[in-house]
Ligand binder design. Structure first.
Ligand SMILES: *Cc1c(COP(=O)(O)O)cnc(C)c1O
Length: 465
């Protein structure tokens, strides 16, 4: 038997998993104790055969795999995997290229060059922007802020790569209260410190107030500043007004960063593109491949309008890997050294979808999200808190005794227990809410109908009790 036979076996098990995903409970069914006891097999001296290891892995992990790839999973902002992207991801693992440099992974370097250019076009970003294929939006922020740090300090006569931050001019970060926590982690990792973050006032929907930004920037002059804006809030999907905010930041020579983890992809649809008007005026942009583009996990993208600052923050020459000339060398732009080739899955998904397919995917998710929120809003004992601007929305459930927060958490728990659908909870503007995120290519009209039935039946049952 060929040693590679185990790959055939794994492919069969993987396809079987995906084929059955729609008919399995979405929630996990195994307890932690069960998982620990099943998976906690002895580490033997002689090892086990490959086929036995894979069979037992699948059997032992059963019930511990959250069905987040299901078309009726609406928690967080998770996204599914397009089969074509998963297939390219399998090949990526098979080829096992070290994507650190163009010498160790020339085809990957070319594919990154091509898909990077495609994405700039699709997302309406400057063609001259540099980019990197990173693990996710968290590292995209961190990479962008490293470029911003270089740029802002160089303009003040400080070489941060050589001198570090001890004694450096201070950098402050202006953002809004509803920024994602990953912005704060990027600030921490780069030594800027969360004390340097100031929250600028927003309007009721959560968009940064241009007057407040102007006031915040008009203080003592020449303070190095990063303004971190948002394209697509997690709860309501709202977008900051780039058209209004970017010129204000530019007037004060601040660096503008955009967190567009999923929302940046709205640019792919003619119906939603207007939400991103002016986004091209920013200095850096972060987004995910593993959310709305529906690539497997470990995929984020960062784009930087100042390639020189981006490169200065990351390039590191070595004598043992002289890059091929005339080809982008990945390590000059990425925070990692050795890494997997993230370009192949992105390339495959973009080629498969085409511009229309991508626009369709975006519009379908948005329309499903609206339909869900409207349908739940119309139910007795429920109300919408945030109608989707794109693919995210919030609802809550009302208790006769007035404790709507408790009721909302109870309904979420019952829906999760049903195994048919999966929603998560969040506290928004002081109230408990159920978040609705539709971010999977797989979600169909039937999934939405089934979901509405399940929510209605849980509510009907509760009102009978
Ligand atoms: C998911 C998300 C992030 C973090 O992205 P990762 O890919 O998990 O690192 C940042 N910002 C927003 C708005 C997000 O939705």
């Amino acid at each position: 038997m060929s040693e590679n036979q185990v790959l055939q076996q794994a492919a069969g098990l993987a396809i079987d998993y995906l084929d059955k995903l729609g008919n399995q409970p979405i929630r996990t069914t195994a307890t932690l104790a069960e998982l620990r006891s099943r998976l906690g097999r002895p580490l033997t001296e002689k090892g086990q055969s490959a086929d036995q290891v894979i069979d037992e892995l699948v059997a032992d992990a059963a019930g511990g795999i959250l069905g987040s790839g299901s078309g009726r999973f609406y928690g967080w902002v998770i996204g599914g995997s397009l089969p074509v992207a998963l297939a390219a991801d399998w090949l990526t693992s098979t080829w096992d290229q070290n994507a650190a440099s163009n010498v160790t992974a020339p085809a990957e370097a070319v594919v990154e060059e091509i898909s990077g250019a495609w994405m700039k076009q699709l997302l309406n970003l400057p063609a001259s922007a540099s980019f990197a294929f990173v693990t996710g939006c968290q590292m995209a922020h961190t990479t962008a802020f490293a470029a911003a740090r270089h740029h802002l300090l160089q303009a003040r006569g400080w070489d941060v790569e050589a001198q570090g931050l001890h004694g450096a001019p201070l950098i402050r970060i202006l953002t809004s209260e509803n920024r994602h926590e990953s912005i704060l982690r990027a600030v921490r990792l780069l030594g800027l410190g969360t004390d340097a973050v100031t929250y600028v006032a927003s309007d009721k929907e959560g968009r940064m107030d241009p007057g407040a930004l102007d006031a915040a920037l008009s203080g003592p002059s020449d303070r190095a500043t990063i303004v971190s804006l948002q394209a697509g809030d997690l709860n309501s999907g709202v977008f900051d007004s780039f058209k209004a905010l970017c010129p204000i930041a530019r007037k004060h020579k601040a660096w503008v960063h955009v967190d567009g983890a999923f929302g940046l992809w709205a640019a792919a649809s003619p119906l939603y593109r207007h939400l991103l008007e002016g986004v091209e005026l920013a200095d850096s942009w972060a987004t995910d491949g593993h959310k709305w583009l529906n690539l497997p996990f470990d995929s984020g993208f960062v784009f930087v309008a100042e390639p020189a600052a981006h490169r200065a923050a990351f390039s590191q020459a070595t004598s043992y890997a002289v890059p091929l000339a005339d080809l982008r060398n990945q390590k000059d732009w990425n925070p990692e050294w050795s890494r997997r080739g993230r370009g192949f899955a992105a390339y495959a998904a973009l080629r498969h979808l085409g511009t229309e397919g991508l626009s369709d995917l975006v519009e379908r998710c948005c329309s499903h999200a609206s339909k869900l929120v409207e349908a739940i809003d119309a139910m007795v004992g429920a109300e919408a808190l945030a109608h989707p601007v794109i693919n995210q929305g919030l609802v809550r459930f009302l208790s006769p005794d007035g404790d709507h927060d408790r009721r909302t958490d109870e309904v979420i728990a019952l829906l999760q227990d049903s195994g048919e659908v999966w929603f998560g909870g969040v506290t928004w503007q002081g109230r408990r809410a159920m978040r609705i995120s539709v971010c999977n290519w797989l979600t169909s009209d039937q999934d939405i109908e089934r979901t509405i039935e399940v929510v209605q039946s849980v509510l009907s049952e509760m009102s009978r009790d």
